[in-house]
Design a binder for this molecule. Structure first.
Ligand SMILES: CC(C)(COP(=O)(O)OP(=O)(O)OC[C@H]1O[C@@H](n2cnc3c(N)ncnc32)[C@H](O)[C@@H]1OP(=O)(O)O)[C@@H](O)C(=O)NCCC(=O)NCCS
Length: 136
């Protein structure tokens, strides 16, 4: 999947959020603190610093969902973060994103907080972020 396709998938998966351009993805792909797992059906992206990691996003093409692929990419990211010494993993997710919240809870992430009006939506509205943590 090219950076262009990643940007296109991003806008299809998260139509209410600001899009990330292909150029932005190109920059992230080169960053030393980024971990990507990229497949034809989607991609997962994490970042790390010292012993902490953050799952930034998992995007699965709508026609490939509900078949364990989100779980697969999440597990690959967690394995990589663990192998480089990360002990705690964090993530933020939109408070109305039921599918992602269920995926993270099923993989033993615990809710540790909520950030009010964290996301600015394309519609002009705001959305809270739930903060989850997993200790490896
Ligand atoms: C969230 C997302 C990554 C899940 O991908 P997926 O490949 O469908 O996930 P899986 O098949 O591995 O599902 C694993 C579990 O997550 C939960 N889940 C996934 N999608 C769900 C949904 N729409 N509603 C409720 N639970 C859901 C279920 O518990 C599921 O287990 P089950 O199949 O045994 O019921 C996918 O829906 C997606 O790309 N969404 C848009 C982008 C996004 O919001 N990403 C996450 C935040 S960055």
């Amino acid at each position: 999947m090219t950076p262009y396709k990643m940007s296109e998938l991003h806008s299809r998966c998260m139509p209410n959020y600001q899009n990330w351009s292909a150029d932005y993805y190109r920059t992230l792909l080169k960053s030393k603190n980024s971990i990507f797992h990229i497949e034809e059906f989607g991609f997962g992206f994490a970042r790390f610093s010292k012993d902490e990691g953050e799952i930034i996003m998992i995007m699965i093409d709508p026609s490939f969902r509900h078949k364990g692929r989100g779980t697969l990419l999440l597990k690959k990211l967690l394995d990589d973060l663990k192998s480089i010494g990360c002990k705690k993993i964090f993530l933020e997710v939109g408070s109305n994103n039921e599918g992602a919240i269920a995926l993270y809870k099923k993989n033993n992430f615990e809710k540790i907080g909520e950030r009010k009006e964290y996301y600015s939506l394309k519609t002009g509205g705001k959305l809270n972020a739930l903060v989850f943590q997993k200790v490896l």
